[in-house]
Design a protein around this ligand. Structure first.
Ligand code: SF4
Length: 323
């Protein structure tokens, strides 16, 4: 179900825009659909009120938690079952964050990622992505939503942008706390700057070498790391949010001194934060987590660095984070 379809169905039942807005806001906060300031607004039309139980059941059926797997750091992985039986993952993150999936499977085929092995199975609709937020909010507060779960958001652009707009408008999430995470795609840099609700941007870099990037991310658009960083920098300066570079650290692949030099070369003077995430080894793939990262294995938190103290990390346009 698309949110636009839901809006139209409610309008066909006689709902005015104010009713639709109120019902969407209630749903996104995991409240009953008729919750809200009824004393300050018109009552729901009778046809809408009569349709509420069926609509509530339909929305609840979009996504259900099949199992929940708590982590040691306060996070929890939710295996979410969609109405057709397909499953995706959502992750409740520490400090009121939530990571959502945007596709079942993924077409980018990163060689170190199990999701990419079977390719893309299907797109999620905007309502299915939002339903993950509703499931999470039924468990704990959500003040930040990152599109970093299964799938490449740029490959499901319209649904993801519809989701971002609704979360920013009615979902109570600050625009900079909506994080569009991508391997890099020219369509991202064309579409995001023109949005009214502009999300922050996370770019999966993983290496400073174009040839290695093409091996690790075989079906990602061929954008060299230098160009990707230049495109990211323009977006960071335009929005006032630093780019969050993602780097999955894999032993002997991208944890070398040469790569460290490459990071400094690419990001010197840039308005950026680097998140280094030690790889989680899986039996079927030939990659390993660096040994030195195992010393910190008690935490799954990314190794985050920007050379200034955190008090300097105010999101001020034009203030570089790298020396
Ligand atoms: S883009 Fe993300 S989900 Fe897709 S294959 Fe790569 S790491 Fe996996």
């Amino acid at each position: 179900m698309r949110i636009e379809t839901l809006r139209q169905r409610l309008a066909d039942l006689g709902a005015k825009p104010v009713h639709v807005q109120r019902m969407l806001r209630a749903w996104l906060h995991a409240l009953p659909l008729d919750a809200g300031p009824t004393r300050r607004g018109p009552a729901l039309p009778k046809a809408v009120a009569l349709a509420l139980p069926a609509l509530t059941a339909e929305l609840a059926g979009l996504a259900r938690v099949r199992s929940e797997h708590p982590g040691e750091d306060g996070s929890a992985r939710l295996l979410v079952e969609l109405a057709d039986g397909q499953t995706v993952e959502s992750v409740l993150l520490p400090r009121d964050g939530l990571c959502v999936s945007s596709q079942v499977g993924c077409a980018v085929g990163c060689t170190f990622c199990m999701t990419g092995r079977d390719g893309l199975l299907r797109q999620l609709t905007s309502a299915e992505i939002l339903a993950q937020v509703v499931l999470a909010r039924a468990r704990r507060p959500v003040k930040k939503v990152v599109f970093m779960g299964m799938g490449e958001p740029a490959h499901n652009m319209e649904a993801v942008l519809e989701t971002i707009q609704l979360l920013g408008d009615e979902g109570g999430i600050g625009h900079k706390n909506l994080v569009f995470s991508t391997v890099g795609d020219h369509r991202v840099f064309e579409r995001l700057p023109g949005l009214r609700v502009k999300p922050a941007l996370a770019l999966s870099l993983h290496t400073s070498r174009a040839s290695l990037r093409a091996e690790l991310l075989p079906k990602a658009p061929r954008i060299a790391p230098d160009e990707l960083v230049e495109l990211g920098e323009a977006y960071a300066r335009a929005t006032g949010y630093p780019i969050q570079y993602q780097w999955t650290l894999i032993e002997g692949v991208n944890d070398t001194p040469e790569e460290l030099d490459g990071i400094v070369r690419l990001l010197a003077g840039k308005y950026a934060i680097m998140n280094m995430i030690p790889y989680n080894s899986v039996p079927d793939l030939p990659y390993r987590r660096p040994d030195w990262a195992n010393e910190d294995a008690a935490t799954e938190a990314p190794l985050r660095f920007a050379p200034r103290p955190s008090s300097a990390l105010k999101e001020t346009p034009g203030r570089p984070k790298f020396p």
